[in-house]
Design a protein around this ligand. Structure first.
Ligand SMILES: [Zn+2]
Length: 229
């Protein structure tokens, strides 16, 4: 549209809105909260896809890149500054770099927030990202314990903390009161913004598999590398 360059110029020069990641003034503020240079600095192409072996309920993990630098700034802006518009381009990156994990999957399942936390933030970033992956989004899980203070906990305490934090949503997988339970899909892509120790993804995957899911692949925007999982 012809008014767009002019509107961008006016907004940029009048209000000097900063990029949510690098804080440089946005030249095209109408195009989103993060500048072109920051998006261009992120990894393109095949992501950190890895098949897990051994005692894991998660069969595959994938992420666009490590949780550092610009990618961390962008995710931080999405979650803590509530820049919801970031989910679309970030989800598109997950879709292209996680293509291997998405191929042949039945549904995307966002890692749920505790309802209280989602109410505070106004949205669930995992759900926003899941919407961008080209799969039907199925909210199969609910969070029954608020465990989001994970950041301060050491790795082994995180696993303890999220154990029993998730349940299948009523009506899926098992017998539900007053209704026929729907069978779960067989291949599921779990979606979250960041995987730190993998404890949350693992806890979700265990619940899904107990309900009859055959394969769980976990796709996140970023991953913290904490040594071997
Ligand atoms: Zn920037």
């Amino acid at each position: 549209m012809t008014w767009r360059p002019l509107a961008n110029l006016l907004l940029s020069s009048l209000f000097e809105p900063p990029c949510a990641a690098c804080a440089q003034i946005l030249r095209h503020p109408l195009d989103g909260a993060v500048c072109d240079r920051c998006w261009a600095s992120l990894r393109r192409g095949p992501s950190l896809n890895e098949q897990l072996h051994g005692d894991h309920a998660v069969d595959w993990i994938g992420a666009v890149d490590l949780y550092e630098g610009r990618l961390r700034d962008i995710i931080h802006a999405l979650k803590y500054e509530r820049r919801r518009s970031i989910a679309r381009p970030l989800g598109a990156l997950m879709r292209s770099s996680g293509a291997l994990l998405l191929d042949g999957a039945d549904v995307a399942v966002p890692v749920p927030l505790h309802p209280r936390r989602e109410h505070e933030r106004g949205f669930n970033q995992a759900d926003e990202l899941a919407q961008q992956l080209g799969l039907p989004v199925a909210p199969l899980l609910r969070r029954v314990r608020d465990t989001t203070s994970q950041v301060e906990l050491p790795a082994d305490a995180r696993h303890q903390n999220v154990r029993d934090a998730f349940r299948l949503r009523q009506g899926y997988g098992g017998p539900a009161v007053g209704q026929v339970a729907q069978p779960l899909p067989s291949v599921v892509v779990l979606v979250d913004d960041v995987s730190t120790t993998g404890a949350t993804l693992e806890a979700c995957a265990r619940v899904l598999k107990a309900g009859g899911v055959k394969e769980v692949r976990a796709l996140t925007a970023a991953r913290v590398v904490t040594g071997r999982r």
